[in-house]
Design a protein around this ligand. Structure first.
Ligand code: PEP
Ligand code: MG
Length: 760
């Protein structure tokens, strides 16, 4: 059974569109269950009717014609009760409804299962039999399992189906909306530039080209390059391989020959006007399929050789495209998984938006995007991203939505939002030199989070009073090996000098989770609960010591360094880290560098640390709350997973209460406490953080002026009143709406969400 299920799902997954997917479902389920009929009805949200979309066994002409309301027929009953229905004689049921056009009277028994995706009823899967008999338990369980598995596939096919014909810009192509997760606030209108994963033939889209001969030329160059690689490989391995094994390289060369695959690809380019990558995909996958179907095991194996050659050719074509890629002025970068490195490749000033199919609002790339002020939508899992290259997109980073081929009207609405934001930002520039002080005189220093070099300039332009979190792993991510002590020293010195005499809080290396170093890969099934942050650096004191030594040396003569330790879960880790810091300090002083021991702090981002906050605070100089991880661990919601993004909420009562515990604990030990998670940069949340008693807030430079503006318009007493009211609430949604409403009523809504009025 399991095998049958898996096979059907695989086949459905590979279907080219929704119609094909549904056809496969009804054929295969009918076969697997040995029934005479299998049909799929999908709920049309516009008409609220279940429409027959595919059938095997009923009259095919009734497809798309037969439909029933929610309160009609057995299908309506299954859909509204959200439960399977198993009937020996369907026509005797009071809800039975007869549709003559389906030819259904011949079938007596009925088994229906609802198709539900993320709590939404999408349709009903039905099988029918001629004989009067009850389907047995096993059959019922099979259909329920099948429909649960298919729900996601159907939802995906349905969403992607709405933008078929995307490659062609122009009339008749409809606007479509794709829902993801807000990544970085703001709106952007621009052209999509898709970055495809390297050398993955399966996702290469079709793309028509104008200059066929130039494309053929491009392909020839790739062909030549791969041929040269093959020859070089063959001679390099000459001594290690037997002659018959080396002969394989000749086979490869033959396959690449002008008379073979090479010729075929050129023919496809010329006859279809398809770009080289698309033509290559078509030819290679055709060959692969043919080889895979062969009976002879040796020949079947050759499929992987063909695929490998295809991949090598594709890598050259992609490299060539990358080098010649012209980024339009309003570039919206789209990728399966946007990485920090991709951001760096877009020329300055051209990047206006980001769309990532994977990841969530608290993935590190989203955090970088916020720091850069680039509107971003994450986790747009239904977007057929490989097909949107070059088309117009709107990115709504407030709601987490992407629009393809937007209508004139929508473009106009969003253009107004973009303009409003520009004016708001301009207006806030005037706050630069003013302190962050409430109406009743409470000062709250606003710091920035940094990582990229560009952050320094941006932070200074926006009047930051220091750095509350310098993510040292960001410069580590750009290289191809761990940076040396000297290289680190130079990078850190630049940060410290740029902000001097303001404090710069440098966090020791926090890799793992979703922050990977290409040269230090970590493969784990549960990376956020695995080898992360301080756990890695304590296991590798050589990395930790070099980093701390570099920080200390960089601060010589400046003395504005603070060291922050990530992912501390208990006293032992802290003591070990403090011991290493003292050791590094002793070493650099022995080398003649005259620096005082800098203040050392601990991040409170693991629930265990909340409950040991006083023990931790006693041993350090300051605390800093990492609300991103604290929220993820308190609520057990992966910050990187779009499927549970709705559950990730830093205004959840559990998070708010934990924060109050941390502040009470830190202050009881006489230690200051800051917060450097993304929550601090959310203007509405910042009001609560002020009221709780945080000693400073550290945030992305983009949001700093908005937070400052809001805190200057409110009094501490009003903020405390609001906090008290919210801390009595148990429902996160009510907390959100009460907070936003209160701020709007105070006339402070403009920094919360300028796109709130656009309703799609
Ligand atoms: C946090 O967890 O809140 C934090 C600031 O660290 P990072 O986002 O880098 O994990
Ligand atoms: Mg963290």
């Amino acid at each position: 059974m399991l095998n049958t299920l898996r096979k059907i799902v695989q086949e459905v997954n590979a279907a080219k569109d929704l119609k094909a997917a549904l056809t496969i479902i009804v054929q295969r389920v009918k076969e697997a269950m040995g029934s005479q009929v299998c049909s799929v009805y999908l709920l049309d949200p516009e008409t609220s009717r279940f429409v027959l979309m595919a059938t095997e066994g009923l009259n095919k002409r009734s497809i798309g014609k037969v439909s029933m309301a929610l309160n009609e027929g057995l299908v309506g009953l299954v859909g509204t009760r959200e439960e399977p229905l198993n009937l020996e004689h369907a026509s005797e049921h009071p809800r039975y409804r007869y549709f003559p056009e389906t030819g259904e009277e011949r079938y007596a028994s009925f088994l229906g299962a609802p198709i539900i995706h993320h709590r939404r009823v999408m349709g009903v899967l039905v099988v029918q039999q001629k004989e009067r008999r009850q389907f047995d338990e096993g059959e019922e369980a099979f259909l329920v399992t099948m429909s649960a598995q298919l729900a996601g596939v159907i939802a995906h096919a349905e969403a992607t189906g709405s933008i078929r014909g995307l490659g062609k810009q122009g009339k008749g192509i409809q606007e479509a909306r794709f829902v993801g997760v807000p990544g970085s606030p703001g709106a952007a209108i621009g052209s999509a530039v898709v970055v495809l994963p390297p050398a993955d033939l399966d996702v290469v889209p079709d793309k028509p080209i104008d200059d066929v001969e130039a494309e053929v030329e491009r392909f020839k160059l790739a062909l030549e390059a791969v041929r040269a690689d093959m020859r070089a490989l063959s001679s390099k391995l000459a001594n290690q391989l037997r002659p018959e094994e080396r002969a394989l390289f000749d086979v490869y060369l033959m396959m690449l020959d002008d008379a073979s695959m090479g010729l075929e690809v050129k023919r496809v380019i010329r006859t279809t006007g398809q770009w080289a990558q698309g033509a290559l995909r078509q030819v290679v996958l055709d060959h692969v399929k043919r080889f895979e179907l062969m009976d002879d095991a040796y020949l079947r194996e050759r499929a992987s050789d063909v695929r490998d050659l295809g991949r090598r050719l594709l890598a050259y074509l992609q490299e060539e495209r990358k080098q010649n890629l012209v980024y339009p002025d309003q570039t919206i970068l789209v990728s399966e998984e946007v990485t920090p490195a991709m951001l760096g490749e877009v020329p300055e000033g051209k990047l206006v938006g980001l769309v990532s199919v994977q990841g969530s609002g608290n993935s590190h790339v989203a955090i970088l995007a916020r720091a850069m002020g680039i509107p971003t939508v994450m986790g747009v899992v239904d977007l057929p991203y490989s097909k949107v290259d070059g088309i117009q997109l709107i990115v709504d980073g407030y709601h987490g939505e992407v629009f393809t081929n937007p209508s004139e009207l929508l473009r106009k609405q969003y253009a107004e939002v973009v303009e409003e934001e520009r004016q708001l930002a301009q207006g806030l520039d005037a706050l630069r030199e003013l302190p962050c002080e409430t109406l009743d005189g409470r000062r709250l220093p606003l710091w920035v989070n940094t990582g990229l070099l560009a952050d320094v300039k941006r932070a200074q332009e926006r009047g930051a009073e220091g750095v509350g979190l310098y993510r040292t792993e960001v410069p580590f991510m750009n290289g191809e090996r761990f940076p040396s002590e000297k290289e680190q020293l130079a990078t850190y010195r630049e940060q410290l000098a740029a902000f001097h005499p303001q404090p710069v809080t440098m966090r020791t290396l926090d890799i793992g989770g979703d922050k990977a170093l290409s040269y230090f890969p970590i493969k784990e099934s549960n990376p956020f609960l695995g080898w992360r942050g301080i756990r890695i650096t304590l296991d590798h004191p050589e990395i930790f010591l070099v980093q701390v030594r570099a920080m200390l040396k960089a601060s010589e003569g400046l003395n504005n360094l603070r060291i922050l330790l990530p992912m501390i879960s208990g006293i032992q880790e802290l003591e070990e880290a403090l011991h290493l810091i003292h050791r590094a300090w002793g070493e650099v002083r022995d080398e003649g560098v005259d620096v005082p021991l800098p203040p050392v702090g601990v991040m409170i981002e693991i629930p265990a640390a909340v409950y040991q906050v006083r023990d931790l605070a006693r041993q350090v100089d300051f605390l800093s709350v990492g609300s991103n991880d604290l929220t993820q661990y308190l609520l057990a919601v992966d910050r990187n997973n779009p499927r549970v993004a709705d559950l990730y909420d830093f205004l959840h009562p559990a998070v708010l209460h934990a924060l109050t515990l941390v502040i009470a604990g830190a202050h009881a030990e006489g230690k200051p406490v800051s917060i450097c998670g993304e929550m601090a940069g959310d203007p509405a949340a910042a009001v609560l953080l002020l009221a709780m008693g945080f000693d400073s807030l550290s945030m992305n430079a983009t949001n700093l002026p908005k937070v400052k503006w809001l805190l200057r318009q409110i009094s501490l007493s009003k903020a405390r009143e609001l906090l008290e009211q919210l801390l009595r609430m148990d429902n996160p949604q009510v907390i959100h709406s009460t907070l936003h409403l209160a701020l709007r009523n105070l006339g402070l809504g403009r920094v919360i969400n300028p796109a709130a009025t656009i309703q799609s």
